[in-house]
Design a protein around this ligand. Structure first.
Ligand code: ADP
Ligand code: ZN
Length: 622
């Protein structure tokens, strides 16, 4: 069978995504490959398909145990013989896998890098033909990557011991020049075919929100998508605990993940999420690299991350199934303080000299500035991200928070003058300054105890903004901070001071223009590049989902491994009546047709019958 036939039969895809075919061809011609593709672009197919076509065995070096198990289960679902070797196996299981591999039972064998140089593994490697070594998460070989793993340095040593050098394919989502160069040289790739696919993920909707209450925003956001599951990232463990508790209290099925939990609980919570038993995962960035759940419909960053690399990688875990997914970042000026604090107080890296540490710190602060600028940009968010990653992009994408909102501008010179002179008075009276909350109450003319204790009601600026709501004043202050008219100090109780641009307003009568993005009235999303499957009737889709859960439960696999949401949506639209038609559904391969076809055909027929009269029948006409 040819490439396309195999792609459809085993993986259910009717066409290659950009870059995949070129990489497959290079590996089939036994050329080394360096593939740089964003998370969710479809790296696995690039080596799984050649593995099916090349003689002998393909080794996949992968850093994470959870990821291996997931991939092997998914391959088994698709009918591809595969296994893994890592520390989670018992001695007997380990031996069994080695024995079967020697007997030629697998096309793919996933292996942890630490295992490569073990005696029994080297013996196996010399007994069987290895045509391809695929290195997943290849940036782990580089000290410049985010997850340096010294055991990756053994990979070229291992390859050197093989009787015949296989093709080596290295894959990563990290695109910086330094990491690429390290991967090439440290893995000793030979004249590799290099391909960096576009970093755009058209089905992801990006948004930056500055809600007054992040919790209220989150509650509303979740209420709007009761059927979707997704991840909420928090900056700290404490944050994870608090947010998760509040969600559970609000009756939302949520679980949590951070490095402070016991191994067992972490594993259980992760499974609850992967198996759709918990709808929302609240986690620190410790969660994610091993997660291959394709039906993640939203990704909320409760706090701003430290840099755009982390942000894009984390956000990119949404929508891997190609369905539209929502990536929101909840910004508050305090997040910048927290991130800066974390950078300045990073646990000391023993391996670095004082000078190197200082250099790293500076670099991280620069990255933080760019992250902050992303949160504040009034322009297209996707354009900002893509240009940060070195790609050109149209000025407007039509599918992000900026493009779908209007810029509202108005003059706020008078309000700015009042606030700035209020801060100036406070600065003069209290040399150490006061926090924003107190300044706000002074301007608004509140009567609180602290206000009187501090004699704030004696200042001439006391109550000059009594006609403006407290929320509105808060909003103005935030805006003035973000534009550099005011400055917020560091630490746990940051004080508000005049910023570098204040003098122009107070002394030279410069004008201040308030600008804000407001949501445009409901407007259709621009369709994603990969034609989103046309939706069928909702009732049928739900019926198919129910069947999928039932089958997945019986088999003990996550629901998305039976079929993706995209596949179910296409099924609901096409309403196949035979196995031949069933196989035309996108995401449905031959093995899965044989396995699940009858059950789904029956469900579809039943649904059509029960809804042939009444409203739903008409819906089908659309
Ligand atoms: P990555 O490892 O790059 O993050 P994966 O290999 O996990 O991405 O693939 C992400 C998703 O894209 C999977 O759900 C996979 O089924 C889907 N996918 C991969 N290739 C194709 C294709 N050619 N057509 C449609 N979907 C694809
Ligand atoms: Zn845009």
């Amino acid at each position: 069978m040819d490439k396309l036939g195999l792609l459809k039969t085993f993986f259910g895809h009717t066409a290659f995504r950009p870059g995949q075919e070129e990489i497959v061809d290079a590996l089939l011609s036994r050329r080394d490959v360096l593939g740089v593709m964003p998370t969710g672009a479809g790296k696995s197919v690039c080596y799984q398909l050649p593995a099916l076509m090349l003689p002998g065995l393909t080794l996949v070096v992968s850093p994470l145990i959870a990821l291996m198990k997931d991939q092997v289960t998914a391959l088994a679902q698709a009918g591809v013989p595969a296994a893994y070797l890592n520390s989670s196996l018992s001695f007997a299981e380990h031996n069994e896998v080695i024995r079967s591999a020697r007997a030629g039972a697998y096309k793919l064998l996933y292996v942890a890098p630490e295992r490569l140089m073990a005696g029994d593994f080297l013996q196996l490697a010399s007994d069987v033909e290895i045509s391809l070594v695929a290195v997943d998460e290849a940036h782990c070989v580089s000290q410049w990557g985010q997850d340096f793993r010294p055991s990756y340095l053994q990979i070229p040593q291992f390859i050197g011991k093989l009787a015949r050098r296989p093709a080596v394919g290295a894959f990563t989502a990290t695109a910086t020049a330094q990491v690429k160069e390290d991967v090439r040289s440290l893995l000793r790739l030979e004249d590799p075919f290099q391909l960096t696919t576009g970093f755009d993920r058209p089905n992801l909707y990006f948004e930056v929100a500055r809600p007054k209450s992040k919790d209220a925003w989150l509650a509303d956001f979740l209420a709007r998508r009761p059927d979707q599951s997704g991840i909420v990232y928090c900056a700290t463990r404490k944050g994870v605990e608090a947010v998760c508790q509040r969600l559970e209290k609000a009756g939302i099925s949520a679980t949590r993940y951070h490095a402070g939990l016991e191994d067992r609980e972490r594993r259980r919570n992760q499974e609850d999420f992967v198996f759709d038993r918990a709808r929302v995962m609240v986690a620190t960035n410790a969660f994610g690299m091993g997660i291959d759940k394709s039906n993640v419909g939203f990704m909320v960053h409760y706090n701003m991350p430290k840099n755009l690399e982390s942000y894009y990688q984390e956000a990119g875990r949404a929508g891997r199934d190609g369905e539209p997914a929502h990536c929101a970042l909840l910004f508050s000026p305090g997040d910048v303080q927290t991130a800066r604090f974390l950078i300045n107080n990073a646990s000391e890296n023993e391996a670095l000299t004082e000078e190197q540490r200082e250099w790293v710190r500076r670099r991280e602060l620069r990255c933080l500035d760019q992250m902050t600028a992303y949160c504040k940009t009034m322009g297209c968010l996707r354009a900002y991200l893509l240009s940060y990653f070195g790609e050109s992009a149209p000025e407007e994408c039509g599918n992000c928070g900026s493009c779908r909102s209007q810029l509202e501008r108005r003059d706020m010179t008078r309000e700015a003058q009042m606030i700035l002179s209020g801060v100036a008075r406070v600065e003069r009276k209290y040399r150490r300054g006061l926090g924003a909350a107190l300044v706000l109450r002074m301007l608004h003319g509140s009567r609180g105890q602290r206000v009187r204790q501090l004699d704030l009601d004696k200042l001439p600026t006391y109550g000059i903004m009594k006609d403006v709501s407290q929320e509105q004043i808060r909003d103005y202050i935030d805006f003035l901070v973000s534009e550099g008219y005011l400055a917020l100090g560091e630490g746990e109780f940051p004080v508000l001071r005049l910023g570098p641009r204040a003098a122009g307003v107070l002394r030279q009568g410069e004008r201040v223009t308030y600008a804000r993005r407001v949501q445009k009235p409901a407007e259709k999303l621009r369709p994603a590049r990969e034609a989103a499957p046309s939706a069928g009737p909702e009732g049928l889709f739900q019926a198919l989902r129910g069947l999928r859960s039932k089958l997945a439960g019986e088999e003990g696999v996550p629901a998305y491994m039976v079929f993706s949401n995209a596949a179910l949506a296409d099924m609901a639209a096409k309403q196949p009546g035979s196995l031949e038609e069933f196989q035309q559904v996108s995401g449905v391969g031959t093995v899965k047709t044989a396995k699940y076809g009858q059950a789904f055909l029956k469900e579809i027929a039943q649904w059509l019958e029960s809804s042939s009269d009444g409203g739903e029948g008409q819906e089908r006409e659309k």
